[in-house]
Design a protein around this ligand. Sequence first.
Ligand code: GTP
Ligand code: MG
Length: 206
Amino acid sequence: MTRSVNLQASNCQPRSIKLLFVGSSGSGKTTALNTLSQGKCISTEVHPSDSVQLYKRYTTVAMDYAKVQFSRRLQLHLYGSPGQRRFAFMHTILRKNAQGLIIMVNNAQGDPFKEVAYYLDQHYDFLQHHQAVIGVTHNDQRPQPSLRQYRHFLNDLGYAWPILKVDARQTVDMLELLSVLLEQVSPLTLRYFAPCSSAVSRPVTA
Ligand SMILES: Nc1nc2c(ncn2[C@@H]2O[C@H](COP(=O)(O)OP(=O)(O)OP(=O)(O)O)[C@@H](O)[C@H]2O)c(=O)[nH]1
Ligand SMILES: [Mg+2]
């Protein structure tokens, strides 16, 4: 069954899906795109001139972009937004034609619940018709809040978006996050979600 699907697929155009990463500065958006594209991400990073320089040497000022090919049948166009609030206008531009949202949250910085609420609010209209997944990073630096606490918080706000603890530097974690989102955005494409590149070593097939 799988074999015949793959043979048919080779004659077809690959399915292209655009996904957007959002989240505060330092949550790991640029890192995530670099991890998933094995360093082939196109970034617009500069040395920060404000408080961001206290914890980071570079910050995104316009966008990140990476194309990731999964088998011959599926390609993902991944966009990363700048996390600094003054660049929030870029969200609307980058969100155009996106099919799903990945909200990245740094567990070790500020009030992560506030951050989640901010991004859910910022993308409220978009999320009426699109899917999202939340990726919580920096758990090695601060394990709390736990996933259970996040779920309660989301539940109180009336949301049930999937939420995972991840490390943006880890390919396995980022593939897991993408697969959870793809399962909602386009379940049929999950069968093609087998990384064809050797460096992305863990196939996540349905
Ligand atoms: N300790 C730890 N570090 C992480 C984790 N995930 C990502 N990082 C690091 O955190 C930093 C995140 O930086 P970026 O990826 O530039 O963050 P960003 O979201 O693109 O930030 P802006 O471009 O400023 O919006 C990098 O130094 C990563 O190596 C994690 O789970 N644990
Ligand atoms: Mg960035």
